[in-house]
Design a protein around this ligand. Structure first.
Ligand code: MG
Length: 266
């Protein structure tokens, strides 16, 4: 299934929907919650379908937390002068950073270097803890594309990464969730203004998804809807207002977001 979160002019509140060809069939509720409570089947369609082209796509997750793996590709660790970690290096990103396809990433005036980071992302489908290598992949509801936008200079100054990764708009996510998806051997690519900046393959992750899930769930409950970013490959580079970032992953489509200058409010 291809699942979107969307809004229409006629509906103030965001809704979830299932995409079939060029139509969005609205769903009663967030799809991943249904598997957490009673293990029942997918939520039912509610209301008339609307053309996909007519809706605004929103980030297809409403996570309680966003867990990100840093330095999960050796070539990326090397390009920033870092050692390859011997266990997953995990940090948190703010749910308030999330934006959907086409929405603007705001380049903060207090940062002099804002980088793109193309990443495969996954959404958890049910509340879970202490996953095993045998059942960990069953906890995944679907996959999508993330851009882990980072204020690189502030990341280095702060040492903790919360601010550098957590600015509003620093979390482009979408365009949709694919529930039937094999994450193995997928090309991950980032283009800026149409020029390829990052291009790698998910098979080059240092810690595969199953290991990330086992490791994380030993520490904390993963809730339905939680979002996990699996790390970025080499090629991260700065963007400026006026640039357009596009992240593509085989089988998941692409997400494009323009970069705009920050306008200070009164
Ligand atoms: Mg990252």
């Amino acid at each position: 299934m291809r699942i979107v979160r969307f809004s229409e002019i006629s509906h103030v509140a965001p809704r979830w929907g299932m995409v079939i060809e060029h139509l969005v069939y609205p769903l009663q509720r967030a799809p991943y919650l249904s598997t957490a409570i009673d293990g029942s089947s997918a939520p039912e369609i509610e209301g008339a379908p609307v053309p996909l082209k007519s809706v605004e796509l929103l980030p297809p997750a409403t996570p309680s937390k966003i867990l990100c793996v840093g330095r999960n590709y050796a070539a990326h660790a090397a390009e920033l002068g870092n050692e390859v970690p011997d266990q997953p290096l995990v940090f948190l990103k703010t749910p308030s950073s999330l934006i959907g396809p086409g929405a603007s990433v705001v380049h903060p005036t207090i940062s002099e270097r804002v980088d793109h980071e193309a990443e495969l992302a996954l959404v958890i489908g049910r509340s879970c803890r202490h996953l095993s290598t045998e059942n960990a992949m069953d906890a995944i509801y679907g996959y999508t594309i993330a851009n882990d936008v980072t204020a690189r200079d502030l990341q280095n100054v702060d040492r903790q990464w919360a601010r550098a990764k957590g600015f509003d708009t620093f979390g482009p996510l979408g365009p949709w969730l694919e529930t039937d998806y094999d994450p193995a051997n997928r090309t991950v690519r980032c283009l800026v203004n149409g020029e390829v900046r990052q291009e790698s393959n998910t098979d080059l992750m240092l810690f595969p998804i199953v290991q990330i899930l086992v490791w994380l769930s030993r520490a904390m409950t993963l809730e339905a809807g939680d979002l996990i970013l699996t790390g970025t490959p080499a090629g991260v580079a700065p963007v400026q207002p006026g640039d357009v970032m596009t992240v593509q992953i085989d089988g998941l489509g692409e997400i494009s977001n323009p970069v705009v200058a920050e306008e200070r409010g009164v």
